[in-house]
Design a protein around this ligand. Sequence first.
Ligand code: 5GP
Ligand code: ZN
Length: 119
Amino acid sequence: MAGEPQADCLFCKIVEGKIPATVVRETATTLAFRDINPQAPTHVLVIPKAHYPDAASLAAAEPLVAADVLTEAALVAADEGLSERGHRLVFNTGAGAGQVVFHAHAHVIGGRGLQWPPG
Ligand code: 5GP
Ligand code: ZN
């Protein structure tokens, strides 16, 4: 069923506490934790607790939870002192865009200069 935990999903295991993570924020619908391989001084992943493979499928099925992910991403940025300094939200979608974990997640990246356009 859509949104149900997937046994083979790394981020579902983090939600279930089966794999440890450095959690920075949690709500009823979302979890935010530090990326294990940070690409910047701040690199936090914000995920829906429900399993959807990418941001598009999350938004189509549960738009209110998709909004929760954006709200939490903004609060992570604020907690990290990046509201005014600037930060980047990234939803890699599909293998061709570099997505490797197929549980929807926002990258909150900041704390250094960020190039545009991205690679
Ligand atoms: P993607 O490339 O799918 O957009 O991003 C997946 C992210 O998950 C990568 O930045 C990667 O470093 C991170 N990641 C992969 N495995 C783990 C893990 O076990 N724990 C944490 N905290 N992050 C992970
Ligand atoms: Zn999952």
